[in-house]
Design a protein around this ligand. Structure first.
Ligand code: ZN
Length: 144
């Protein structure tokens, strides 16, 4: 991996983990726990490009819920715990294990979308409008 890709991966990781804007790395990405801001309060980045959709739930399910499910089944098989006790352990473990990663995963997907300039099929017009508006704003400010 070349240095540029390493720094991009690091920027994506940090922006998602901390919930910071992927452009200025100062403003907040999230308005509430999982809702993305409309615009960055610091650099005015328009977040309309951010379309992680079901990505956070999918990755949370694949990388957290399935391993936890195997762990719970392993607990049952090896320790032969009573079924109500398995449920008492499994339900909170699965709920917390699936909910906690949602925000950082969503942040990583949005930061990755921004830094890789990933465009969802059919949104090229939206991107060009957004960039045209940003270019116009840059032309209007004399010191940029
Ligand atoms: Zn920003």
């Amino acid at each position: 991996m070349i240095d540029h890709e390493k720094s991009k991966a690091k920027a994506i990781f940090e922006a998602g983990w901390k919930g910071h804007c992927p452009r200025c790395r100062q403003g907040r990405m999230f308005q509430t726990w999982l809702k993305i801001q409309d615009r960055c309060e610091n650099c005015d980045l328009d977040y309309r490009f951010a379309t992680p959709d079901d990505g956070p739930a999918f990755f949370s399910l694949c990388f957290v819920a399935f391993p936890l499910l195997f762990f719970v089944v392993w607990l049952q098989v090896v320790l032969e715990l009573p079924v109500p006790l398995v449920f008492a352990i499994a339900v909170p473990l699965m709920a917390i294990g699936c909910l906690l990663p949602l925000r950082p995963v969503k942040g990583w997907l949005v930061a990755s979308q921004y830094l890789n300039q990933a465009v969802e099929a059919g949104t090229k017009k939206l991107w060009s409008e957004m960039h045209a508006r940003e270019d116009e704003a840059k032309r209007d400010t004399p010191d940029s």
